[in-house]
Design a protein. Structure first.
Length: 439
């Protein structure tokens, strides 16, 4: 049975390729050279350094000794039944010629001898004399003869310097869109400008007058009733539409069934006699359109050209008439614009006190793809009115009001909140770890 072994063997030899008989190219030299001999030589050299130095560099007197007389203690040192020493003791008795690392503490940068240094005057701080002088200068008391005069020219009206030649041709000038110079368009159907912060009426107070509160409560109730009626009408229309669709589908199925039953019941000969199969060829031949001749095509083409020319002449005639009375048109437009501005100003003055209204109609075509969010109902019911500030519960949200004000004034487009964005698709793979083992 074969034994499964890992790729890394127990020996410490460097991985080498199979020996080759030919090494003619440099690629073969770099890739297939066996370095085991070099590593063995380096290990032997390290062992010699540990044992006292390289043998080839040492003197013969350090390596050899001449024994003039024999040792008489050999028989006593190594008797016949001497006990062998342990391998652990033999390893511990070996001592390297390389000195060990010293464990003595070395003096660091912050270590001192205990003597205090000599005090010197600091140069990175402000003296009391300089501090008092700076305080006097701040109060307007100048020791020197410096006279402070007002500027005789406006710094912001200085002539604009000519821009230097742009040597960097890679930099492109940013093109500002033309809509940046145009005023934002309000989303209100009346077209008047809406103030940024609208002034609420008396019905919005937490301690309102009874008449104001009753009027606002009635308005909000009527609006809620109208909304509910619209919702019920939409539901009823949807229900009727579904019933009509189901009724038409049932009628179509019944008609198909009746047609199928009539085909089986009627006689084939009588059906063929009534259907008029013999006259089918003549009717098809009569309905088939004939091919137009070249004269007919030319006549149609001339008629189209004449119609286009007549339309162009009429448009040019209307344009000449407008150019003739362009001054009258300009005066009329100016008069209508002035009248509209005055009407808006009067409407703004009249509605300045009661500007905040929930029944303000918006334009049908709004800015952006999404519709304007509805205003939150800020109304306290009669049973929720409190006579104490401690029991008061605040209504509304200033952040939502400011955001909706920006949308109504046309400053920002209405957007939809996207809580979860699309995540990047990840591809999972399994590592082929079984390839690390060989049989």
């Amino acid at each position: 049975m074969p034994v499964i072994k890992p790729l890394s063997s127990g020996s410490h030899d460097a991985p080498s390729q199979y020996k080759q008989t030919s090494r003619k190219g440099k690629k073969a030299w770099r890739k297939n050279v066996d370095v085991t001999e070099v590593q063995q030589g380096l290990e032997e050299l390290n062992e010699e350094i540990i044992q006292g130095g390289v043998i080839r560099e040492r003197d013969s007197a350090d390596l050899f000794a001449i024994d003039v007389k024999g040792d008489s203690q050999i028989s006593k040192k190594f008797p016949k039944h001497a006990k062998k020493s342990l391998k652990a003791d033999e390893i511990l008795n070996k001592r390297s010629a390389v000195p060990a690392v010293s464990m003595r503490k070395r003096a660091g940068d912050k270590t001192t001898n205990g003597l205090l240094p000599i005090k010197r005057q600091r140069t990175d701080w402000v003296s009391h004399k300089e501090l008092s002088r700076l305080k006097r200068v701040a109060d307007g008391q100048h020791d020197t003869a410096i006279q402070v005069n007002d500027a005789t020219f406006d710094l912001w009206d200085a002539p604009e310097e000519a821009p230097a030649a742009n040597l960097d041709h890679t930099k492109l000038d940013v093109k500002v869109p033309k809509t940046m110079k145009q005023a934002p368009i309000s989303l209100v159907a009346s077209g008047k400008a809406v103030p940024a912060v609208q002034k609420p009426s008396g019905g919005y107070s937490y301690n309102p007058v009874f008449t104001d509160y009753e009027e606002r409560l009635a308005q909000e109730g009527e609006k809620a009733v109208e909304d509910e009626k619209k919702r019920l009408a939409a539901e009823e229309a949807a229900r009727l539409k579904q019933e009509a669709a189901a009724r038409s589908a049932a009628e179509a199925e019944a008609a198909d069934e009746r047609a199928n039953m009539s085909e089986w019941e009627e006689d084939s000969e009588w059906e063929g006699f009534q259907s008029g199969v013999e006259d089918e060829g003549s009717s098809i031949a009569a309905k088939r359109p004939k091919r137009k001749t070249q004269a007919q095509r030319n006549r149609i083409k001339r008629r189209q050209v004449e119609e286009q020319l007549a339309k162009h002449k009429a448009a040019m005639k209307a344009r000449h008439i407008q150019e003739a009375r362009i001054r009258e048109i300009a005066q009329e437009v100016e008069g209508t614009e002035l009248a509209r501005a005055e009407a808006l100003l009067r409407a703004g003055d009249s509605d300045s006190e009661t500007e905040l209204r929930s029944t303000e109609k918006l334009r049908r075509r709004q800015l952006g793809k999404y519709k304007l969010p509805e205003r939150d109902l800020e109304l306290v019911l009669p049973d929720e009115l409190q006579d104490s500030l401690r029991l008061l519960r605040p209504e509304g949200n200033l952040l939502k009001d400011r955001y909706r004000s920006l949308l109504v004034r046309g400053k920002v487009e209405s957007r939809r909140h996207i809580p979860f964005h699309k995540q990047a698709k990840r591809k999972t793979t399994e590592k082929w770890t079984h390839k690390d083992f060989v049989l």
